[in-house]
Design a protein around this ligand. Structure first.
Ligand code: FRU
Length: 478
């Protein structure tokens, strides 16, 4: 093993015992110690799921990127593995940036961006090239170096996502051309030599100066272009985070351009969701995981020796109206302990306590909105987080209030039509993920409750709120 990987692994082993567990997730994938951003290389290989991630082990800050690694039989219980890639070659000396994984000839193949400056670290000196590393055992990787150079005139050219279609490999790469984001498509028959095919431009999709982490895959009868544009300005309730993640729906065939049917829509409406990547399960489900954090956010867990985590895996389906539905993968149910269920009933201004200390819990809550007159009603976690229906604006709101970390404010989605509203809520030590009805909206945000400030209750203000169903399960990976 190389020096850099060796020292990363030794450091992790030595220092992970000092991580403060107060906000460390119970059932989400997070780095054993140090920093994590994008999920990378999500794949199935030799009977296990593999998840890699952008990782700087030596400090809870972004730094020269390594690839962290974990594997799982069920996508929900993860085993941490040694660091897979470290920035140790000419081609990736300043970082092993995001990428993907495929299985070819019995090998697990990682295709990632080598990030390097030639001279001072300024944009004009930046080169991003695509690289390959392969493994027979899925744990130790052999670096095979650069397989695609930066196109002439470009500097930002990263995050390859590779897939197989008939007899070829295809790859999408995010690029910035004259301050405009786009996606380039390449083709190969051996993963080592790549030919340019075409470009998907921002025309009819959305703007942005750079599109990161593209992914192109079939869903139902159509194709989804998933990507994370930088540089969209907030518009009303939309695009409220520093950077966005979302998708366009269209049609694509090898060798043909991507035809847009539905321009960009956001995938998640919480404060902390970025750079999702998709993969398929052996039984054919299309699943994504995303980074459950946001660039330039405070991430108070840094004080505890770690930073960043991934969302739970979410299965995607597409509706006839070109909307992606996201549902937690069914394996999430295997984490459930004994259920707690409450009688249906009405609440009126007096809160109803569900749990004294909700640390790792799933809640399924159905409101009868047609029989609820309250101005505001919902679920409250301690004094820092609320998920409620605002009857005046007709929106579902996720409100977090952690002023000590400068993390306060709301995100919201429209209240869907219908007499009932079901919210499925995943609570972990420092996160909330809300799935609305059949997954037509999700909201994912980080939260930082102080110790013993995690009581979970239902509330209503100024009127009646009618609960149809309310069940909760403690969640555990043990
Ligand atoms: C997205 C991203 C990628 C890049 C990686 C670097 O969050 O900026 O474009 O490859 O993170 O860590």
């Amino acid at each position: 093993m190389s020096k850099l990987r060796e020292s990363a692994n030794a450091f992790i082993k030595e220092s992970q015992k000092y991580v403060n567990p107060r906000w460390y997730p119970s059932y989400h994938l997070a780095p054993p110690v140090g920093w994590m951003n994008d999920p990378n290389g999500l794949t199935w290989f030799n009977g296990q799921f593999h998840a890699f991630y952008q990782h700087y082990p030596h400090a809870p800050e972004w730094g020269p990127m390594h690839w962290g690694h974990a594997r799982s039989r069920d996508m929900v219980r993860w085993e941490s593995l040694p660091v897979a890639l470290a920035p140790e070659g000419e081609e990736d000396k300043d970082g092993c940036f995001s990428g993907s994984a495929v299985v070819s000839d019995g090998k697990l193949c990682l295709i990632y961006t080598g990030h390097k400056f030639v001279g001072e670290p300024i944009d004009d000196n930046l080169y991003q090239v695509q690289c390959l590393a392969t493994s027979l055992d899925g744990v130790t990787f052999c670096r095979e170096g650069q397989v695609l150079d930066t196109p002439l005139g470009l500097h930002h050219f990263r995050d390859p996502k590779v897939w197989r279609e008939d007899e070829y490999w295809y790859m999408v790469v995010g690029a910035k051309t004259q301050d405009v984001g786009e996606v380039q498509i390449y083709r190969s028959d051996d993963l080592r030599s790549w030919q340019f095919e075409s470009t998907i431009t921002s025309m009819n999709i959305c703007g942005g100066y750079m599109w990161e982490c593209p992914d192109l895959f079939p869903l139902g009868e159509k194709h989804i272009l998933l990507f994370s544009p930088q540089g969209l300005e907030a518009q009303g309730y939309r695009y409220r985070n520093l950077y966005q993640s979302g998708y366009a729906v269209g049609h694509w065939k090898a060798g043909k351009p991507f035809i847009v049917e539905q321009p960009f829509q956001e995938l998640d409406y919480g404060h902390d969701f970025y750079a999702p990547q998709s993969f398929t399960t052996p039984d054919g489900r299309r699943v994504i995981m995303g980074w459950l954090a946001m660039w330039e956010s405070a991430m108070p867990e840094k004080a505890d020796g770690w930073a960043g985590m991934l969302t739970i895996p979410r299965e995607l389906t597409l509706t006839d109206s070109n909307k992606i539905l996201q549902q937690p993968v069914k394996e999430m149910e295997t984490l459930r302990g004994e259920p707690l269920c409450w009688q249906p009933g009405e609440l009126q201004d007096t809160p109803f306590l569900l749990a004294d200390n909700a640390e790792a819990m799933e809640v399924v809550l159905t409101w009868d909105t047609s029989r609820s007159t309250a101005e505001k009603y919902g679920l409250r976690l301690g004094d820092g987080a609320q998920i409620y229906i605002d009857s005046q604006s007709q929106r579902i709101v996720l409100d977090r209030h952690f002023p000590e970390w400068n993390l306060s404010g709301c995100r919201s989605v429209p209240l869907p039509e219908g007499e009932q509203l079901t919210l499925r809520i995943f609570i972990d030590k420092s996160s909330l993920e809300v799935f609305v009805n059949a997954g037509e909206y999700t909201l994912s945000s980080r939260i930082y409750p102080q110790d013993h400030h995690r009581s979970l209750s239902l509330f209503s203000q100024h009127g009646v709120a009618t609960v149809r169903e309310c069940c909760a399960w403690p969640l555990s990976c043990e």
